[in-house]
Each structure stands twice: as structure tokens, then as C-alpha cells.
Design a protein around this ligand. Structure first.
Ligand code: GAF
Length: 453
């Protein structure tokens, strides 16, 4: 039954009420609030956020809900309702939040706490980084005594490249800010959303990035957390990861005739695994060889056309005779460089198209579709993060009338984003459903950022 293949975001207020009821059953007292943060899809700009590239994400209607209540004893008690992850209440002394979760490079933590489930690091990490904020951001800083009870439920598939981790971090962060900071105390919960400025949301997003890189040990670049905290309903973000400035572009004109549908291939991925970090490290080695801090320095802005072959020639000249750069194969570094430069140029092209003069809906849709598919080819051949099922989904979607299709997120598993004319969507999803019983669909409607429900 094809309808069963659609993952619905559900009704926010119903989910929040049901979660509050469960919270009382689990913790024996009422939650003080329910907080939500969305996952994301990205039209273009994969594996370039950490190089200061431009990304074109939007928040999904799907995401993570957190029902929460503060505690006065500095303890964090967490439980997830995800059937595969739930092991009952997990208790972490807040003061041990970080030592309990050393990532691979950190000294190991106390034996009795190192058994904690991996997913809890995303939450305890955020508790720690929000406690580390400096004087300038004191209003958003958690006190060291702060603790909380959290019940978690996600409407996103976990590990499907749709940013389930960042949405958990951001929902937990918003709960912590609401319940344990001056900013939260100043604003009754329902008003906190509106009261938080975009700059404050950026500070919270940065704390979430820090939790993921320093506590979880996944070298993410900020795309996911920024989208979850700062997205806008009905809008695509044109996010410049040099300084995380962004423009919000209305794409409702496009959604009148076309649909964005995300296809979860059913093959999960993990960013903490070595492959993602290796890809990042290879591209960083290419940057080091070229003598630039980040690869964005080779593609400064939309106004200057960059010839990728010239950049590659320069790379070849500098790499001549070297089989390795900083311990990474020169051939691999060259491919990562080609991916990063072409991916950045594709983003600049769409940025110009969407922020410049209108060229008509169909022209815009076709150009976006072409960029998406070219992005996939580069994910497959240059970044080398695609996999058989993703390639099959892309080929099938294009054959069935999609204007564009591409793997999104970190790769090695995860989801494909498609752009399809409304009248071709049913045929496309039918053909995709026939590929594997694990395939699932999500309607991608650009949605609002992290909020109090
Ligand atoms: C993951 C990371 F978390 C992001 O920062 C980004 O690098 C993405 O992979 C690839 O574009 O989602």
C-alpha cells in the first residue's frame, strides 16, 4: 500500500499533547513545555558548509519533539520514544555531561557512564555547550546546576540524511534556553519564539554545532543546525557559510506547480563513522595544498565566474610528483576539490537565479532540477559518497518525470531529494516504491524553525 510509504509530519499540537501525557507516565510529574525543531532538505551545497560554501536548505515539517521540565539537582534524565533506541530512562549527572561522552580523541570518561547510549550525547553535549557561553551571551547561558527531564519523540527517520541529530540538538537546546536561562525567564514560553532574535538563534545553533563537533565527535559544518534554528516558512535559505549570513527566498511560486519530495532510501548512515570525516579531511588537504584556508576562497562570490579546470590545473602543478597530501591520496583530494568547487558554483547559480530578476516559473524549475542532478553526479563521482540505492532512486525519478534528483546530507546512506511536476508525482513515487519495500517518502514543504509548541 503506497499511502503507508508516506511519513507524515503529523499534527503538532496533537503530538505535543500526547507527549505531555506520556511524560507524566514516564517521569511522574507534568512537563513545563514541549519544544520542536525541524530536520532539513538541501537543494544544493553538500559537503561544502565546512569550506564556507553556500548551501540552499529548507526546514522540513518533520522533526524532533521534546517535552521537558527543569530539575534542581543538576541531573539530566532522558528517554526517547523511538522504538529502536529506547532503553528506558537514561540518567546523566549534568556535571558529567561531557566526561560521560568523550568522543574518540578525548580522554575516556568514567567507566560507569561510558555505557550511555550514543544518542544521549547530542543532548548532554548541548547542555554543556550552552553552559560554556561567554559573557556576551550570558542571557542564553545555562547555570552549572541546571538539570532537566526530557521525553523525546521524532517524526523524522533516524539516520536518513534529513538531519535527525541536529533537530534533536536544537529541540533540546530550545528547551534548555526556555527553562534554564535569563532569556527564558523573561519570556513566558509561548512568547519565547518571537522574542528570540535571529542573532540569538544563530548563537544557539553554534552551541549545537559545538556539541556535535566537540562532544559527539562528528565534524559537521553548521548547515543542519542553522537551518533548524533559523529557517522560515515557505522560504528556501540561501546560506553563506563563510559567516552564516542568509537570505530567505520565497519559493511558493514554485510549489504551485511542482513538489519537492524526499525519498528515504531505507539505508541509514552515521556521520560519526570514519567516512564523512575522511571526505572532509581530503578536501581540507586540497585546500592546504592550494594555500587557502577554506575552499570557498577559490569561489569568492556569484559575480566572478570560476573555471574549475584552472583550479584543478593549479592543484596539479602544486601536487606534481606527490602521491599523497597530508597523508591522503592525491587523486582522492583532487576529486574532493572538484566536487567542492563545482558544488559551490552550482549554489551561486541558483542564488543568482532566485535573488535576481524573475525568469519564469518553468525556467527556474528546470534550472534548479538540472543543478540538483548535476549535484548528484558530483556526489557520486567526485565526493564519492553515493551508494547503489541512491543512484537507482535518482535514475528512476528522472525517468519518471522528475526535473531533478540528488542525494542529500552526508551520504553513505540517507535520502534523495526530488523536484517533480505535480502531475508526475504519483507515477514517480509508484515507480520508486517498487524499488524496495524500505523506500519511504516525505513531502518537503519549507517550514518554520525551532519553536515552542
Ligand atoms: C552532514 C553535516 F552535518 C553537515 O554539516 C553537512 O556537511 C552535510 O552533512 C553535507 O553537506 O549533514
Amino acid at each position: 500500500n503506497e499511502t503507508a510509504r508516506w511519513l507524515s509530519p503529523g499534527d503538532s499540537s496533537q503530538i505535543a499533547s500526547a507527549l505531555s501525557v506520556r511524560f507524566v507516565q514516564v517521569f511522574g510529574h507534568e512537563p513545563e513545555g514541549v519544544f520542536f525543531a525541524p530536520g532539513r532538505a538541501n537543494l544544493n551545497g553538500e559537503h561544502i558548509d565546512f569550506h564556507g560554501g553556500r548551501c540552499l536548505p529548507m526546514a522540513l515539517p518533520h522533526g524532533t519533539y521534546v517535552a521537558a521540565a527543569p530539575r534542581q539537582d543538576g541531573i539530566l534524565r532522558l528517554r526517547t520514544l523511538d522504538e529502536e533506541l529506547d532503553t528506558g530512562i537514561v540518567e546523566i549527572p549534568a556535571s558529567a555531561a561531557v566526561s560521560a561522552h568523550p568522543h574518540d580523541d578525548a580522554p575516556s570518561g568514567p567507566a560507569e557512564t561510558s555505557e550511555l547510549p550514543d544518542w544521549t550525547r547530542y543532548v548532554s553535549g548541548v547542555l554543556w555547550t550552552l553552559g560554556q557561553l561567554d559573557e556576551e551571551h550570558a542571557e542564553l547561558r545555562l547555570s552549572p546546576e541546571f538539570g532537566a527531564d526530557l521525553l523525546i519523540r521524532s517524526t523524522l527517520p533516524i539516520g536518513a540524511g534529513l538531519s535527525s541529530s541536529a533537530s534533536l540538538e536544537c529541540a533540546a537546546a530550545l528547551a534548555f534556553v526556555a527553562l534554564g536561562t535569563e532569556r527564558g525567564a523573561e519570556n513566558p514560553q509561548g512568547e519565547l519564539d518571537g522574542a528570540l532574535s535571529d542573532a540569538e538563534r544563530a548563537v544557539i545553533a553554534a552551541a549545537c554545532v559545538r556539541a556535535e563537533t566537540e562532544v559527539v565527535g562528528a565534524g559537521t559544518g553548521g548547515l543542519d543546525q542553522t537551518t533548524s534554528m533559523r529557517a522560515s516558512e515557505g522560504k528556501l535559505l540561501s546560506l553563506d557559510c563563510r559567516d552564516f549570513s542568509l537570505r530567505r527566498v520565497d519559493i511558493s511560486f514554485l510549489l504551485r506547480s511542482y513538489r519537492f519530495i524526499a525519498v528515504d532510501t531505507g539505508q541509514p548512515h552515521r556521520l560519526v563513522g570514519g567516512e564523512f570525516s575522511a571526505r572532509r579531511a581530503e578536501s581540507e588537504a586540497a585546500a592546504a595544498l592550494l594555500g587557502v584556508e577554506r575552499l570557498r576562497d577559490t569561489v569568492p562570490d556569484a559575480c566572478r565566474r570560476v573555471d574549475v579546470d584552472e583550479v584543478l590545473e593549479e592543484f596539479d602543478r602544486l601536487a606534481e610528483g606527490q602521491e599523497e597530501i597530508n597523508g591522503y591520496s592525491t587523486a582522492a583530494c583532487r576529486r574532493r576539490l572538484r566536487h567542492a568547487v563545482t558544488e559551490m558554483m552550482r549554489s551561486e547559480k541558483i542564488h543568482k537565479l532566485l535573488t535576481g530578476e524573475a525568469h519564469g516559473v518553468d525556467h527556474t524549475a528546470e534550472t534548479i532540477g538540472d543543478v540538483m542532478s548535476a549535484g548528484h553526479t558530483s556526489m557520486r563521482e567526485n565526493a564519492q559518497v553515493s551508494f547503489e540505492m541512491a543512484d537507482q532512486v535518482v535514475d528512476t525519478a528522472l525517468r519518471e518525470g522528475a526535473l531533478g534528483a540528488r542525494l542529500i546530507g552526508g551520504g553513505f546512506g540517507g535520502s534523495v531529494l526530488t523536484l517533480v511536476p505535480k502531475d508526475r508525482a504519483a507515477g514517480m513515487t509508484k515507480a520508486l516504491a517498487a524499488l524496495s519495500p524500505k523506500v519511504r517518502f516525505l513531502e518537503v514543504l519549507p517550514s518554520a524553525p525551532a519553536r515552542v509548541v
